[in-house]
Design a protein around this ligand. Structure first.
Ligand SMILES: [Fe+2]
Length: 376
């Protein structure tokens, strides 16, 4: 039997990316138990796994791989049916595959037929629809932004998925773009068109000062109820790492009914189930309050966001970001509880891109450092 081989990414010059691996000699459509255990361990060790030449993988096999990483999960999509809410910021970006509803189609351009979906328009999210400011139109094909750094998670009711799979079916290529941080630092990063970028929550934690480490280990984050509807009128910082506070969030009266027991208060740091390392894992746009060690609850949204941004921003510096150069047939499996990621780029109208994405709401919530102490 041929066993999968795991090759950590080679570091490029100037890069401090210390995660990610390419997995070879494996067919996701016909995944043996032995190979599954290899890639499960590799996932928690390397956080982002790239499998080339997987164009033949069915939506069913994609779902089954995702489900197998959390076999007790009920098998519902990570956002449940909340995507259907017209006001949700996620609503325009995803189309559900009718015969495999945990798998979504994302991309750009007009598609005649794909997996039972007919004559539909995909729209690659453009930062001008979400950021407070935008790259000038004349630069739009050469320069871009991180659209929105995030974890794939409903953050209300359903537990954050353990892993997400992305399969590149059709990839327009051939040019690169420069990501501008536009935050006064002058930071820029040249990336392939339509890349997906990843930043490690472990590195984000590791590079903090001792004082900040203590703070993030002992603080919990309360997320807004119905966060993607709540944030729908608010606007993002230019680095895609959280929102400006201009009072634009929807009031509870404009949200669907709020069930208090679905509101999530999660540790700021999540423990890796295999390595025991701590990842600073916060969805910066969905944060509402902070619960401090001494029991104080920090409710001032502007202050909460400023704090989170200060903690996370070093971890998305150009030297810390992995930008995947998509080829058709690439399947990327990432540890959604160990990395943050973002869509990037601006396509022309006729640049057709088709991806399939799958994640499922987890069977359990992430464990924080203090949960471990309590359990010991
Ligand atoms: Fe995502």
């Amino acid at each position: 039997m041929i066993l999968a081989t795991v090759q950590p990414f080679q570091k490029s010059a100037g890069s401090d990316v210390n995660f990610g691996a390419t997995v070879s000699n494996v067919d996701i459509e016909e995944l043996s138990d032995a190979n599954f255990y290899i890639l499960q361990n590799a996932l928690f060790e390397h956080q982002v796994l790239v499998f080339r030449n997987q164009a033949h993988v069915s939506p069913k096999a994609q779902f089954e791989l995702t489900q197998r990483l959390d076999p007790k999960a009920a098998g519902t999509y990570g956002h449940g049916t909340s995507l259907n809410a017209k006001l949700s910021v996620l609503h325009p970006d995803l189309k559900t595959i009718p015969h495999q509803p945990q798998v979504q189609v994302i991309g750009n351009g007009f598609v005649d037929e794909f997996e039972g979906l007919k004559n539909f328009q995909l729209r690659h999210p453009h930062h001008r629809t979400f950021h407070a400011t935008a790259i000038p139109d004349e630069d739009d094909l050469v320069a871009t932004r991180f659209y929105r750094w995030h974890i794939d998670a409903a953050l209300y009711g359903l537990a954050p998925p353990v892993a997400t799979t992305l399969l590149a079916v059709r990839v327009p290529g051939g040019r690169s773009q420069v990501i501008r941080y536009d935050d006064g630092t002058g930071d820029e990063l040249t990336v392939p068109l339509g890349t997906t970028v990843f930043a490690s929550g472990y590195s984000m934690y590791d590079i903090l000062s001792a004082e900040d480490k203590e703070f993030v280990r002992t603080t919990k984050v309360e997320y807004a109820p119905h966060p993607y509807i709540w944030m729908s009128s608010a606007r993002s910082r230019p680095d895609g790492l959280g929102l400006y506070s201009e009072g634009k969030e929807l009031p509870p009266s404009d949200l669907p009914p709020i069930e208090e027991d679905k509101i999530q208060i999660l540790p700021m740091c999540w423990v890796n189930p295999v390595t025991g390392r701590l990842a600073l894992q916060v969805h910066p746009s969905a944060v509402r309050k902070l619960h401090l060690k001494d029991g104080t609850v920090l409710e001032d949204l502007e202050k909460v966001r400023a704090l989170i941004h200060k903690l996370q921003r070093p971890g998305i510096s150009p030297n810390m970001v992995y930008a995947h150069d998509w080829e058709e047939g690439d399947l990327v499996l990432f540890h959604n509880r160990g990395v943050l990621h973002s869509v990037v780029g601006a396509f022309a109208e006729d640049e057709v891109r088709i991806f399939r994405q799958c994640n499922i709401a987890a069977s359990h919530f992430p464990v924080g450092p203090s949960d471990q102490i309590t359990a010991a």
